[in-house]
Design a binder for this molecule. Sequence first.
Ligand code: MN
Ligand code: MN
Length: 423
Amino acid sequence: MSKDFSESEHKLSRRSLLGALPATAAGLALDSLAAKAAPQHSKEDVIKAEHNQSVTNPIGPANAALSQENPNSVLPPPTDHGEVPAFKYPFAFSHKRVQDGGWARQVTVEDFPVSKSIAGVNMRLTSGGIRELHWHKAAEWGIMLYGKARITAVDTGGEAFVDDVREGDIWNFPSGIPHSIQGLAPDGCEFLLVFDDGAFSEYNTTSLTDLLAHTPTGALAKSFGISRDALSTIPAFERYIFQGKVPGLLETDLRGATGRMGRSRPFDFHFAQMEPNKRTRGGEVRIVDSKNFPASTTIAAALVTVHPGGIRELHWHPNADEWQYYIKGSARMTIFATGARARTMDLQKGDVGYIEKTLPHYIENTGTTDLSFLEMFRSDHYEDISLSNWLSHTPPELVMQHLGFDKATFDAIPKEEIVVMPQ
Ligand code: MN
Ligand code: MN
């Protein structure tokens, strides 16, 4: 049986049900997309109205907790069709590397095959906990999600960088720039790191202790110009994360690090404090890329808030794949993957989402609280095209012939990109 046939069956059974159902359930069937998100109606009502007895599940949900979190996988909207690879991976699935001083977990292309251009790391550092001095080939973009940290780096000329970052602050360490992160009092921090390479592994970086552990002691002594004996305290293996002492005043650390070349360009930015680029009744968006944060030459970001009932409107990105991280709330997203293929998935706090370049998508708040998520791109600039913006800047007669719209309906479509609806 072809999928087309089964879909037309869905539509037929939905239509034939309308007469038989009580008024509330009939309303649900007419607006099944909105009904999915509405907690006041039971799932049974929606299932009955939308698919009839053919989707009953006699042995119950295969995994009750996951099924409950993924209603659009348990029962996809009838507009979904064909094969679209999974575009969600929860950090909750990922292995946690726990050490004295904190932990790390990552989502890379190894576990999440679609995510070729970006990898992400979620890290916790205790008060005084140190992610040791290191660097890597990928650029690192970070955002503080909780607490405070002191970050350090050195620029190519020897210019020193030391600063403290708080919730909503971001940083960017370009490829090869050495850096460290340390949790501050009272309770350390938790943050997200984003790397401009899906194959990046946080466990294969160039760490100070790993490098020195694998350099012959004689060569090291000559390179530093100090005696071999003085090197006996160097660890024989990589420390990665370890418990350290809570650092003192920022000014003291900065003075201690700054030499002849002075202080570096800023590697951090108060992202959450910037004025939104757009604010509507539905929510707001802040965009940061190399235009307003020059250190971020390979990673662009949008921080989006969608209020309950709002939607990040249908759009796509011409220049890059989108990697998402859900900071709070819950959402659903449909990706239309060309050739009649579409898939809807539910996402929530702690999940990673991924949309390949040019594929259209929307993100709808399905909860009763604000939804907040990051859109990340391997690019020096943010770029998108909104469906409304496209249609409203195309000759009206041409659009109306495609969709059967009258002029009033066409005119009702927003005449600019709104980003988060309603306007
Ligand atoms: Mn790093
Ligand atoms: Mn997008």
